[in-house]
Design a protein around this ligand. Structure first.
Ligand SMILES: [Zn+2]
Length: 284
């Protein structure tokens, strides 16, 4: 079976986007953090299942808990970047975005002692409104991106985008690995991360993953540390947002284990270096 990708967006329970109840960055340090406990738990699961994954660290989290970055690197996981301040791409200027992602890369390289080449945007928030996104990322020193959501979505999405890994942008150096979508009843949907992974039954996730693999694409799985923590504090959001954010927190760890047992997975870096269509591209 073709190898897929497993990834973690390493952030805390209060790093939810685009809701009036979400605390601002100057309030984050005053809140009770759960990321240390939850990410350590995920690292133990990965060790027990004997897999290496890609960890997209939020710079703000890495700065406060540098030992989490060091521990991930020591266990053979890929350290990658989720930016510094968790702001939606389309709410930033090109200059502000460049500064945010460059700051995060330098910080993560300083802590991990290794090169950081991968990025994922908060909320997959690159859209048709941010055509400068890929070139700004390449200029900030990144070699691949996994932020494009090739279907309709709350925070944007680019429905017409290509689904397989491909080169993108004017630099010629940046690779895009979109979030995985698959067609169910003619509609492109994601089954492999976040609220989708928590909501859908495992048999459906497995069936859709096999469909993607049969089409010759790797599946990109993703999770947040808060999603295996039924006891984290809740934000006073609308009923709909509460459902999306908090459904099935108590069954997700078991689902993650089944994914890791049923599908061979590794890091973005490993998959990109072996991807046939990109064979002449080198991910350092
Ligand atoms: Zn995030």
């Amino acid at each position: 079976m073709q190898t897929s990708i497993f990834s973690v967006d390493v952030e805390d329970w209060f790093h939810i986007l685009d809701d009036p109840s979400v605390p601002t960055i100057d309030q984050w340090a005053t809140l009770p953090s759960h990321v240390e406990k939850n990410f350590s738990r995920l690292l133990d699961i990965f060790s027990e299942e004997n897999v290496q994954v890609t960890c997209f660290f939020l710079g703000w989290v890495a700065e406060r808990f540098p030992h989490l970055v060091k521990e991930a690197a020591a266990r053979g996981h890929e350290v990658a970047s989720h930016g510094y301040g968790h702001r939606l791409v389309y709410e930033q200027s090109r200059g502000d975005f460049h500064d945010d992602v460059r700051r995060a890369r330098l910080l993560l390289e300083d802590i991990s002692g290794g090169k950081v080449v991968g990025y994922r945007a908060p909320g997959f928030s690159t859209t048709g409104e941010t055509p400068w996104f890929f070139d700004a990322l390449a200029e900030a020193g990144y070699q691949y991106d996994s932020s494009v959501f090739p279907a309709e979505r709350g925070h944007g999405g680019i429905p017409q985008a290509r689904r397989e890994p491909h080169r993108i942008g004017d630099s010629g150096t940046l690779l895009e690995v979109p979030i995985t979508v698959a067609d169910l009843l003619g509609r492109p949907m994601c089954f492999f991360g976040g609220g989708y992974l928590r909501l859908f039954p495992y048999w459906l996730i497995r069936r859709m993953a096999l469909q993607v693999l049969s089409e010759g694409r790797p599946v990109v799985f993703y999770i947040h540390p808060r999603e295996i923590d039924p006891d984290h504090p809740r934000l006073p959001m609308s009923r709909k947002r509460q459902f999306k954010s908090y459904v099935n927190l108590d069954t997700t760890e078991a689902k993650v284990r089944r994914v890791l047992q049923d599908f061979p997975v590794t890091t973005f870096k490993n998959v990109l270096s072996s991807y046939p269509q990109l064979a002449d591209t080198h991910v350092a």
